[in-house]
Write a protein that binds this ligand. Structure first.
Ligand code: ATP
Ligand code: MG
Length: 180
């Protein structure tokens, strides 16, 4: 599985539709302070289902929508799509290419889709569970994360190790079954 590209529109500082194609090998994003480097990473977290406004450095979820700048009015919608090459079927899907899209409108409406077909957040979470992406992912380490992990209590640290080991999926299914 490989990250191919990301398309960002109306999300944080990206008012205009911006596409980033990821080539083979390592990609570095450079730019002056405040130019939007962290916003790119947050767009990736967001499209994969991030539910915490705080993790995205906001107060509420609607803060991700472009809120205007000098000479530019605020927008009413944020939309991010991410494209994966899934020709090795690392993600449990028959598709060889998978596009995930998330949209949110100022009136609070929002949607997720997989390959342009609307779906639930749960479908996204299931697709990425235990892949190292998605819910509770450890693939994206933000500023402050390392300190947080070191300062967490034993139980929290255990859940981090379980996620990394790939047993989180089974624990979650077990809990869901027990609740039924
Ligand atoms: P640094 O090098 O300091 O880490 P950076 O390149 O990571 O900077 P970001 O933190 O990604 O920069 O971008 C910050 C910019 O994004 C700020 O100028 C901020 O005003 C802008 N921004 C954040 N949210 C929004 C929003 N909803 N609407 C418009 N602009 C936003
Ligand atoms: Mg930054």
């Amino acid at each position: 599985m490989k990250l191919k590209s990301i398309e960002i529109a109306g999300f944080k500082s990206f008012a205009d539709k911006t596409t980033i194609d990821f080539q083979d090998g390592l990609t570095g994003i450079v730019g002056p302070n405040g130019s939007g480097k962290s916003n790119v990473i947050e767009a990736i977290r967001w499209v994969l289902g991030e539910q915490s406004a705080k993790t995205l450095r906001g107060k509420k979820m609607l803060d991700v929508i472009f809120s205007g700048s000098k000479g530019r009015r605020a927008l009413n919608r944020a939309e991010v799509s991410i494209d994966f090459d899934n020709s090795d079927h690392f993600l449990d899907s028959d598709f060889t290419e998978i596009k995930i899209t998330r949209k949110v409108y100022r009136n609070g409406e929002s949607s997720y889709s997989i390959n342009d077909k609307e779906c639930r957040l749960k479908d996204i979470n299931n697709l990425f569970m235990d892949t190292g992406l998605g819910e509770g992912s450890l693939s994206i380490i933000s500023q402050g994360n390392v300190d947080e992990i070191l300062n967490d209590n034993a139980e929290k640290r255990r859940s981090i190790i379980e996620t990394a080991a790939g047993v989180y999926r089974y624990k979650k299914q077990k809990n869901e079954t027990e609740q039924k």
